[in-house]
Design a protein around this ligand. Structure first.
Ligand code: MTE
Ligand code: MO
Length: 514
């Protein structure tokens, strides 16, 4: 009996280790913090009364965190061992223990500052691993014969069964070591590149200075400048590519007179152009969040293409990233005077890893999926009929200029505001053309002009505000923009596929006398 229980305890501990390993691996691959254990430690600290925390910290000194994490790991493994012990008698009880631990991990993660739903992935991965191991180990036990079914199964464990459970535990342990090793390599590579990024000094990259007139001054409005940490991220890469700038090269080839190969230093030593540019995703629904405005620093790509000597007949540039993603951009958008650039700076710093470090393209007036290749390594001058890019093989249009659009940030949908005069506001954009006006309509009534803040560039979005007079009750407000070419944003509702949504953003809210 002793050996049977010990075997199940051991199996539980191994399952516990495996779950911790896969959640660590997932956290490393997705580059989200060290794994759920640290947030749980933080949660414990926050929940522990100061009277306990302070003496503990002074006693343990700087090792306090390490000791706490160690204790949490040991407790977790002990509970997993207990779950293993329960497993042969009641798989349900074992599952419950694992579930409790996972819920604790999830609590730790969601209560950290700036928590993100993605941060839950390692917890879910670890939980799934625990349950999988549980099933794996239980499956090693042969079903009880009629004669045995009366006896408590944990009391009897034939040697073959024990061997099968231990064999599986050994396999799981080996796989866990592998997962941790992979996680370490990925995490370590990221740390190394992040370090070289932080050591970069780019004299041509200046800090952003938001003109005061760009701010409409309404609380609740999205800030005009999107901090890089809040900037939306879209990429197909599961693991963010980590490229050492010293190893990076850009090749410009295809229908050109002279092939060019550029190093990062060569690029950064050139005269940089700096500009405001609002980047948005074609998948952004009306009123959606997949848009941001940043200060970009980079080399005008038109210069490089001129140096390479584009040949007659070319009409496209196929961009390829380090991870093999591709997009096709009209040659004219890269050679005209709109200021398309190979960006090395974002908001005054070297590009963040997630936004394409070391070099990405940004092109005013085009959606990201046809222009804004991150981790860029290759530009092929070609023709549109010669290739299909990543998203065009999946039903999206080959050409996709940004559509004029506008959004209401204040009031929030479903919120309650005071009656009387109430200020509402939001953003409008028509990159490369510029916004000329914005109008709002209350409760399906007439369009009335909104006030526009200034924008230093037609490539950046504009904040707008308007004052509405509200009676008590339910209301809705909608917005439409007009660009500097005279085009008025259409109210025809169209889905994001194949080349961007159209329609007016409408927000329902209520007004009540305060
Ligand atoms: N290498 C690479 N570049 C990419 C993508 C990608 O999946 N891989 N996605 C594109 C899309 S669809 C958009 S909207 C923008 C988003 O840029 P951001 O993540 O910096 O906001 O990057 C573009 N560049
Ligand atoms: Mo996108």
């Amino acid at each position: 009996m002793r050996t049977a229980r010990r075997t199940w305890w051991l199996a539980g501990v191994v399952a516990g280790l495996a779950g911790l390993a896969t959640s660590y691996g997932a956290a490393m691959l997705l580059a989200i913090g060290p794994s759920p254990v640290a947030p749980v430690a933080d949660l414990v600290i926050r929940l522990t009364p100061g009277a306990v925390v302070e003496p503990a910290i002074s006693l343990l000194g700087r090792a306090d965190k390490v000791v706490l994490v160690g204790i949490i790991l040991l407790l977790t493994l002990a509970l997993c061992g207990w779950a293993g012990d329960l497993a042969p008698r009641s798989a349900g009880a074992a599952t419950l223990v694992f579930t409790g631990l996972a819920v604790l991990g999830a609590c730790g993660v969601v209560t950290t500052a700036d928590a993100d739903v993605l941060d839950l992935v390692p917890v879910i991965v670890g939980y799934a691993t625990w349950l999988l191991c549980l099933r794996l180990f239980l499956a090693a036990v042969p079903p009880p014969t009629d004669a045995e079914s009366g006896a408590a199964p944990e009391l009897a464990m034939p040697t073959e069964t024990r061997r099968a459970v231990l064999l599986r535990a050994g396999g799981v342990l080996a796989a866990s070591v592998l997962v941790v090793a992979v996680g370490r390599v990925v995490g370590g590579g990221r740390q190394a590149v992040e370090k070289s990024r932080q050591l970069l000094r780019l004299p041509g990259v200046s800090k952003p200075r938001v003109p005061a007139e760009a701010r409409a001054g309404l609380s609740g409005l999205t800030p005009w400048l999107t901090p890089s940490a809040d900037f939306y991220q879209i990429h197909t890469a599961v693991v963010v590519p980590t490229i050492d700038p010293a190893q990076w090269q850009l090749r410009i080839h295809g229908l050109v007179d002279r092939e060019l190969v550029l190093s990062y230093d060569q690029l950064a030593a050139r005269e940089l152009r700096e500009a405001w540019l609002t980047l948005n995703c074609v998948s952004n629904p009306i009123g959606g969040p997949l848009i941001g405005n940043a200060w970009w620093s980079g080399v005008p790509v038109a210069e490089l293409l001129r140096e390479a000597g584009v040949q007659a007949g070319a009409d496209a540039v196929l961009q390829t990233s380090h991870d093999g993603w591709t997009c096709g951009t009209p040659l004219s958008a890269l050679t005209d005077d709109r200021g398309a650039m190979l960006a090395i700076g974002m908001n005054g710093d070297p590009l963040p890893l997630e936004h394409g470090f070391p070099v990405r393209m940004v092109v005013p007036g085009l959606y990201g999926y046809v222009s804004a290749c991150k981790w860029l390594v290759d530009l092929e001058v070609t023709t549109f009929d010669k290739f299909e890019a990543y998203w065009t093989t999946r039903g999206w249009a080959a050409q996709a200029p940004v559509k004029i659009s506008s959004r209401i940030d204040v009031p929030r949908p479903g919120s309650e505001v005071p009656t009387g005069q109430v200020r509402v506001g939001g953003l409008a954009w028509a990159q490369h053309t510029g916004i000329a006006g914005v109008e709002v309509a209350l409760d399906g009534g007439d369009w009335v002009p909104a006030d526009l803040a200034a924008s230093p560039s037609d490539d950046a979005w504009v904040q707008w505000t308007a004052t509405l007079t509200l009676a008590p009750g339910q209301h809705s407000v909608r917005v439409r923009a007009r660009d500097k070419a005279g085009l008025v944003q259409t109210g025809v509702q169209r889905d994001v596929l194949p080349d961007g949504a159209t329609g007016w953003h409408t927000v329902s809210f209520s007004a009540a006398a305060g």
